[in-house]
Design a binder for this molecule. Structure first.
Ligand code: KIV
Length: 314
């Protein structure tokens, strides 16, 4: 395994101390804490210094705490939660309420990460709706930024959000919420005209006030041109090595996704099999009587047990 490298500005070796952090249900977790809150200023500093950073999707407090412990700088509550959390076939059915609740949960698990919330389909159909709905993520869930799937027609929406003080990350390139309109999940910017459109749209979005950009399924060359031409962090999802940061869906990279994962995903673990095995052992123990054993229960004192038995006539 590669030694971990920590860059100045977000955290340092000094922070490799284990601290106790309470997350949900009173459980204690060992956290290798980030040194300080990751803000947009920290990400901008990374960009200026040429230091790459990581972003992963997350939909619950437990996973968020693990990701923060691992030093993940940016956490995305993606509408990709549709599959792993809700069992939906695509992202169209994700509701605003569920997404805001899960964003708040992730924030509780990872208070120091830069937290991005993905606005679901139909929640930003006008600048006014976008501002009102995005405000919920910032106020109720304490998200640092919201992401919307964009093309240049949403420029005024981005401007309205930025004007309202909401940090916004336009998502350009492949935009899964529009799959029904374009006939599937298609790589974007493969033609020179398509690539120029993405580069120009990126610049317009930044001029309108975007705090960061996300490029999905875009060839590396135009993605790098965008990254070099804008002064906000650019995060790539299948957009080559030239972006400032990189994101994939966590369930894909840890081997929990059943079925195909996108070509750009690198698998770092295969957790499906060990999880299923643990469940199988549990089922077998329940059926055989091996679980629960006396050590898994709460004993009564001999005196109280005798009194109970006497009451029961045994
Ligand atoms: O919803 C999501 O997880 C995303 C990423 C794939 C970028 O938008």
């Amino acid at each position: 395994m590669q030694a971990m490298q920590f860059s100045a500005g977000s955290f340092s070796e000094k922070t490799l101390q284990t601290i106790a952090c309470a997350v949900g249900g009173g459980r204690m977790w060992s956290i290798m804490e980030l040194e300080k809150k990751i803000s947009i200023a920290v990400l901008n500093k990374h960009k200026s210094a040429g230091e790459k950073f990581s972003m992963l999707t997350c939909y619950d407090a437990t996973m968020a705490a693990i990701q923060q412990a691992a030093g993940v700088e940016v956490i995305l509550v993606g509408d990709s939660l549709a599959g792993p959390v809700l069992g939906l076939p695509d992202t169209i059915g994700v509701s605003l309420d569920i997404s805001v609740s899960l964003t708040a949960a992730v924030r509780r698990g990872a208070p120091l990460a830069y937290l991005v919330a993905d606005m679901p389909f139909m929640t930003y159909t006008s600048p006014a709706a976008a501002v009102a709905n995005a405000g919920r993520y910032v106020v109720e869930a304490r998200a640092d930024c919201v992401k919307i799937e964009c093309d240049r027609r949403l420029i005024e929406t981005v401007r309205a959000m930025a004007t309202a003080g909401i940090p916004v990350m336009p998502h350009l390139g492949l935009t899964p919420q529009r799959a029904g309109q374009v006939g599937g999940y298609k790589v974007a910017g493969k033609t020179s005209a398509g690539a120029i459109d993405i580069i120009e749209t990126a610049r317009m979005m930044v001029e309108a006030g975007a705090s960061a950009l996300l490029l999905e399924a875009v060839p590396p060359e135009p993605a790098q041109m965008v990254t070099e031409r804008v002064d906000v962090p650019v995060i790539g999802c299948g957009a080559g090595p030239g972006c400032d940061g990189f994101v994939v869906v966590t369930h894909d990279m840890i081997g929990l996704t059943a079925g195909r994962v996108p070509k750009f995903v690198k698998k770092y673990a295969d957790l499906h099999a060990p999880m299923q095995q643990a469940f199988e052992y549990y089922v077998a123990d329940c059926r055989s009587g091996a679980y629960p054993a006396p050590e898994h229960g709460y004993a009564m004192s001999a005196e109280e047990l005798a009194a109970l038995k006497e009451w029961a006539g045994k």
